[in-house]
Every structure is written in structure tokens, then in C-alpha cells.
Design a binder for this molecule. Structure first.
Ligand code: ATP
Length: 263
């Protein structure tokens, strides 16, 4: 039986004036996968995420997240948990108040809200700070609050933009373990980060965006196999190889899947 797809896009394109931020992007990410979404600064990652979360309308092309069209924000919101670069949290609230408010917005019942908050505060080691105002939090504590908020309604698809930003090594490990657990539970994680060792550890599939185009895609093992050094190569080697103008011009006729044209 074919795997169910959690995220699909077909020729998804976003133009800002003369700038094509994302160009004809085709994604087909099955449920239960961790998709590592990589690319240099300005490659179009945030723009892609903003389209997948219905925050930005595509110029052309279509996409679905958890079976819902990405042009219908109301329909996709219940299915996604999104951690943007700056978590949407209110400084004047405590973390507990913020999370209770968010649970209410997601139509969770009050008992479930309290249970999930306790569980996740505990997981991210934030319990003893939960009743302090967010304005007194460190960057890492704010990031943890944002992460808990993205996860608390148990969404089908979790979209994380630099989730380990500002986190200490223990908290970063907790994030990695959580991502792996989510995928084991058939949730899908779309993970955008510049921290390649994190992707190497958790991603089942990797897509590398360069200048708005998907220039390589495959499992970490598949991508390594296409490199001269094979298993010895790292995701960093692959990233550096495919994100240069030279590599890009070497093959201007990508195959249908956009898989590793230049590696
Ligand atoms: P980074 O790793 O630095 O966060 P990114 O891969 O997320 O980069 P985007 O923020 O998606 O890249 O930007 C892709 C391109 O689109 C860039 O050329 C950027 O200047 C342009 N862009 C993004 N948002 C806008 C906007 N609101 N108006 C005009 N141009 C934009």
C-alpha cells in the first residue's frame, strides 16, 4: 500500500517582485518521516514554511498539509504545530498562562490542556519557571515555551524552524529525542535548520534548497552514496557540494524528484 503523504507541494512558487524566493517546488513527504530542510541563507526555506503554514500565499502552484490545502488556513491550523524563528508568545504572560491560552485556541479540553502542559513542562525542564512571566525568561526558556506550544495539541505535522536555537546541550538532546519519538508515532516533522549534525541524527529524508530550487533530495544514506567519498562523506560535504553556482549549472535538467542532481 502506498504511504500516506503528510506534506505535498506541486510547482509551489513564491515571487516577491523580481525575486523568485521559491521556484516550482515539488515535495512529497510521507507520514512518519522527519524531513530535514536545508539551504543557505536566503535559499527560500522560511518562505516555503510560511506557505506550508498558510501565512503567505503562493504566487502559483499548490500544496497540501495533512490533506488540507495550504491556501485554507482555518483547515490546516488544527493539524499543524509550528515553531517559527521567533516563537509567538506574550511577554506579559507566564508560560503556563501562554500554554493554557494556546490550548484553548486549539479547542483542547481543560483537563487535556493541564495534562499536556505538565508533561511537556517536565520534559523540557521548565516546570519550576512555568509561573514566572515570560519577560523574565532567557532565550532558551522562551524557545522551550514555543516548542511546547507547537507540540501540545499533538498535531499531525510539526514544522520546526531552528528548534534548537538558544538551547543548552541537554535541551537540544531532548528536542532531538522528541522529534524521533514523534516520527515513531507516525507524526511528521518538517525540520529546517543550519545545524547539520542534528539533521544527520534525526532526518529520514533531506531536501536541500538553493536559490529557491530543490537541488538535492533523498535519505542521508542515499545522498552520501552519490558522493565520491560515499559513507565517509557528511551532510556538510553534500551541502557544500550542491549549494554552489558551479554545481547548480552542472546539471540544469533535474529529474522529476529533484534528487541529488549534482552529487
Ligand atoms: P535564512 O536561512 O537566512 O533564514 P531562508 O532560506 O529562510 O534564509 P527566505 O527568508 O525564504 O530564505 O528568503 C528567500 C528570498 O526571498 C530572499 O532573497 C529574500 O530576500 C526574499 N524574501 C523573503 N521574504 C521577502 C519579503 N517579504 N519581501 C521581499 N523579499 C523577500
Amino acid at each position: 500500500m502506498a504511504e500516506d503523504l503528510a506534506i505535498t507541494t506541486d510547482d509551489l512558487t513564491k515571487e516577491y517582485g523580481d525575486t523568485t524566493a521559491v521556484s516550482d517546488l515539488d515535495l512529497a513527504i510521507p507520514e512518519g518521516h522527519v524531513y530535514g530542510f536545508l539551504g543557505p541563507n536566503g535559499a527560500g526555506k522560511t518562505t516555503t514554511i510560511r506557505m506550508l503554514t498558510a501565512l503567505t500565499e503562493p504566487t502559483s502552484g499548490i500544496g497540501h498539509v495533512a490533506g488540507q490545502p495550504i491556501t485554507n488556513r482555518q483547515a490546516i491550523i488544527p493539524h499543524i504545530g509550528y515553531l517559527p524563528e521567533s516563537p509567538p508568545i506574550y511577554d506579559e504572560l507566564t508560560a503556563r498562562e501562554q500554554l493554557e491560552y494556546h490550548g484553548g485556541l486549539r479547542d483542547m479540553d481543560p483537563a487535556e490542556i493541564e495534562d499536556r502542559i505538565e508533561e511537556l513542562l517536565n520534559r523540557f525542564d521548565l516546570t519550576s519557571d512555568a509561573d514566572d512571566r515570560i519577560s523574565t525568561y532567557s532565550k532558551g526558556m522562551k524557545q522551550k515555551t514555543g516548542l511546547i506550544q507547537a507540540l501540545m495539541h499533538e498535531p499531525d505535522v510539526v514544522i520546526l524552524d531552528e528548534p534548537t536555537s538558544g538551547l543548552d546541550p541537554r535541551a537540544a538532546r531532548t528536542v532531538r529525542d522528541t522529534v524521533t519519538e514523534l516520527a515513531a508515532g507516525d507524526r511528521t516533522v518538517f525540520l529546517s535548520t543550519h545545524i547539520l549534525p542534528v539533521v544527520e541524527k534525526v532526518a529520514t529524508e533531506v531536501g536541500i534548497l538553493y536559490d529557491g530550487e530543490l537541488v538535492a533530495e533523498g535519505s542521508p544514506e542515499e545522498l552520501k552514496d552519490r558522493m565520491e567519498a560515499g559513507d565517509e562523506s557528511t551532510l556538510e560535504d553534500i551541502f557544500l557540494e550542491v549549494t554552489t553556482d558551479d554545481a547548480y549549472e552542472a546539471d540544469e535538467s533535474p529529474n522529476d524528484t529533484g534528487v541529488g542532481q549534482s552529487v
